[in-house]
Design a protein around this ligand. Structure first.
Ligand code: ARG
Ligand code: ZN
Length: 415
């Protein structure tokens, strides 16, 4: 075993595997419930002191938070929590084992290397399989599917938006869906491609294309996505250089890089932070291409959905400031609640982003609302954390897709 500097993991023991990927052997995820204001603030001090990464946070003192704990601090933190009588549970006892069990190689490619595409929803796929599927759809269904190349990532990978349409009218209202802003949130590209598959290849969903166009960008951050497959499963940001030589100080948090309230609370100017805002608004080729494309369709797009994980939340703007709401917040809330009623398997909370999660200046949904898109939501998908076994892709996706009826029905009445 060769020991290398730690990539994304907060300060702590970090080892490389033989193949130079970052190993999370011995890392744990703990569930901690403070149960009082005083204990909550003690807990936050401990988290800050050890620079621990939170996988779930909440303002509610009786609700649990999740934190990732590197092996070298486990004993110390355990003692401190016991001392102040804050109960905790080990939710994941060995993160590397969870990672190894997440994505069994069940790929179609092994079974049928000559198939027209390698995509399925029983495993998480590399970018080539995803892009191969989009290309296949555009070839196979030329009247309904256009593959739009809207730019390139920092490392030169294409940025694709799939346009799905059944309409010839120029004023057809549209729905935007994206996934893969954050590299490690694998369920979001999986769901975005599932939505594409259902809209294009499932005849019983034809009604969702009546007077509604769809623009779907399944992988906003392809460099980061590939990096999570090849080097570090828990990488979040892009891969652009920031001037720092330390490995974990590369990359920008695309969801803090938008040109609306850029640089405010909930973002960081430290390149080593997971919420690094970048050197300027839209400094990154990914956010620039994304915003140029959406701006060019801002009259068409009536509903915006940005998919993240996790937390089972449908979140409404604004995210840059607490207790600040768009004037049509109640309309957005009503539609989101109606959509959430369609879910059968997972329960989602619906509400303001700062109330449900945290403050995040420069996030994409605030920007989308600021340019006049009517219904703007960002979603935290099920279930918990970033490591979700691939057997959950279909249950999560099938459940979420049920809400598309409600969104399409509303959007089809607007133009
Ligand atoms: N997808 C979320 C984000 O954009 C992370 C959700 C997990 N919650 C957390 N508090 N880390 O940051
Ligand atoms: Zn995210």
């Amino acid at each position: 075993f060769l020991t290398i500097a730690c990539h994304a993991a907060p300060r702590g023991q970090c080892k490389a595997n033989r193949d130079n990927t970052v190993s999370y052997t011995g890392f744990q995820v703990w569930t901690i419930t403070p149960h009082s204001k005083a204990k909550q603030s003690t807990l936050m001090k401990i988290i800050r002191h050890y620079n621990l990464e939170m996988w779930k946070e909440t303002n509610e003192i009786h609700e649990p938070v999740n934190i990732m704990v590197p092996p070298r601090y486990q004993k110390e933190i355990r003692l401190r929590l016991e001392e102040v009588k804050i109960p905790y549970d080990v939710e994941i006892s060995d993160l590397q084992k969870a990672i190894s069990n997440e994505n069994p190689r069940t790929n179609a490619s092994a079974a049928n290397p000559k198939a027209a595409h390698q995509m399925d929803w029983t495993s998480y796929h590399r970018l080539d399989d995803i892009y191969g599927y989009l290309t296949y759809l555009a070839d196979r269904y030329p009247c309904r599917v256009q593959l739009l190349n809207v730019g390139s990532s920092y490392e030169g990978r294409p940025l694709y938006v799939v346009h799905i349409t059944n309409s010839t009218s120029p004023n057809t209202p549209a729905i935007w869906v994206d996934g893969g802003f954050h590299a490690r949130e694998w369920i979001s590209p999986a769901l975005a491609t599932y939505i594409i598959q259902q809209l294009v290849e499932e005849p019983s969903n034809a009604k969702l294309l009546v007077n509604v166009n769809w623009y779907i960008m399944p992988v906003v951050n392809p460099d980061g996505y590939e990096y999570t497959h090849l080097k570090n499963r828990l990488w979040r940001k892009t891969r652009s250089p920031t001037g720092s030589s330390s490995a974990k100080c590369q990359g920008v948090d695309l969801n803090r890089n938008f040109d609306f309230k850029w640089g405010g609370p909930g973002s960081s100017s430290n390149p080593c932070s997971q919420v690094y805002k970048g050197p300027s608004a839209f400094s990154e080729p990914e956010t620039l291409a994304y915003s140029n494309f959406i701006s060019s369709k801002s009259n068409e797009i009536k509903l915006y959905l940005s998919l993240h994980s996790s937390g089972q939340l449908i979140m409404l703007p604004w995210g840059y400031e607490r207790n600040t709401f768009p004037s049509d917040y109640d309309e957005m809330l009503t539609l989101a609640k109606n959509a959430a009623c369609k879910f059968r398997k997972f329960t989602y909370k619906v509400g303001n982003k700062v109330d449900l999660l945290y403050q995040a200046s420069g996030n994409s949904a605030d920007w989308a609302k600021s340019i006049g898109i009517k219904y703007v939501y960002s979603v935290e998908l099920p279930i918990n954390g970033f490591i979700l076994p691939a057997s959950n892709i279909l249950p999560v996706s099938q459940d979420f897709f049920r809400a598309m009826d409600v969104f399409a029905a509303e959007v089809s009445t607007l133009s």
